[in-house]
Design a protein around this ligand. Sequence first.
Ligand code: HEM
Length: 360
Amino acid sequence: MSHSDQSVYYSSYLQLDKILDAQHTESSKKGIEAHDEMLFIITHQAFELWFKQIMFELDSVISLLQKKSIAEHEISMCVKGIHRMNKILHMTSSQFEVLETMTALDFMDFRDLLHPASGFQSLQFRILEIRLGLPESKRLNKHFMIALNESDKAQVLSALQKPTLFDSVQQWLENTPFIETDKYKFWHEYKLAVMQTFEKDRHDIVQHDILSAEEKEQRIQSIYQAESSFNSLFDNSSYQELIQKGERFLSHKATMAALFINLYRSFPLLQKPFELIHEISTFDENMSLWRYRHSVMTAKMIGSRIGTGGSSGSHYLAMTAMKQRIFNDITSLSGMLLSRRTLPDLPADIIKQLQFTFEQ
Ligand code: HEM
């Protein structure tokens, strides 16, 4: 059976003529022997293709979360999209192992030919950071635009105008019903329960018959400190000060909603929202792991030398893993949880709603 011009053919559908003709080593252009440059190029290209898929999913999640009214099945679609992004990022981290079959000495065969090109110039990676919602105050490399050509700069500027995942999630969380009604304010009830727990902890320390008076005093003081930081999270005006100081990024209302969803996740209507915030926080973690894995590989390849893009190299990359977390405020909610046993009961009317319909 022959193929007509119209029928879909494997290699033309996948445009393999373009993809498989896109590996041109600098070393062969210059007549230099550098066997591993092919692996270097293909590894980067594979990463860039996966970044493209991640951004495709991210774009659709953001569009769904931007809707005024979000149906439950749309939350499921967001969960699915971010879950897929998580699988991809996790899998690409292990691709560094393949690149590590190239040794530092092999890399030196062609590294100087690449100057000044660098991963700094990965447009997709920069747009990914921007669309996730990396705030400028957290960005370590504030001058990344200098390294880009005019066309890439224009694309970065256009990405900066688009909604971010952070803003969309914040807006969606702020619209969570149930956490405040005429008769009920979730965080007031929760604060009371938390304060009772601290009171009990202090009482237990005083009753302790092994601890010295000094140790008791130290422990009691640290409980007071924990109580005071809890209080600043519950109280809106203290919370605004934390935002001003750059210690918090997510709004007070959204943080309280995320806490509520986290605590009462066993109710049917909160299960999908919980999965969504869980996937988002896992993606943030996977980005950090990706950054750290890349930094470890870089240290193996170039030691403490500076990068071709002029940064401090592996040290800079390790710092981005620690400092550029976008959804810390959601991940760190685990420090605010009470055990299920001590969780305040919800009012009957809210329980009734949580078991049936979800309307924003
Ligand atoms: C031998 C392998 C590699 C080495 C030695 C290396 C080294 C570096 C260094 C030193 C930087 C910091 C910027 C600079 O000063 O140049 C950097 C940035 C970057 N590299 Fe790599 N890299 C390697 C492989 C990869 C691969 C396979 C990817 C996958 C796409 C990648 C993506 C990036 C990205 C996105 C950045 C920007 C990170 C940021 O600014 O947060 N690199 N790389």
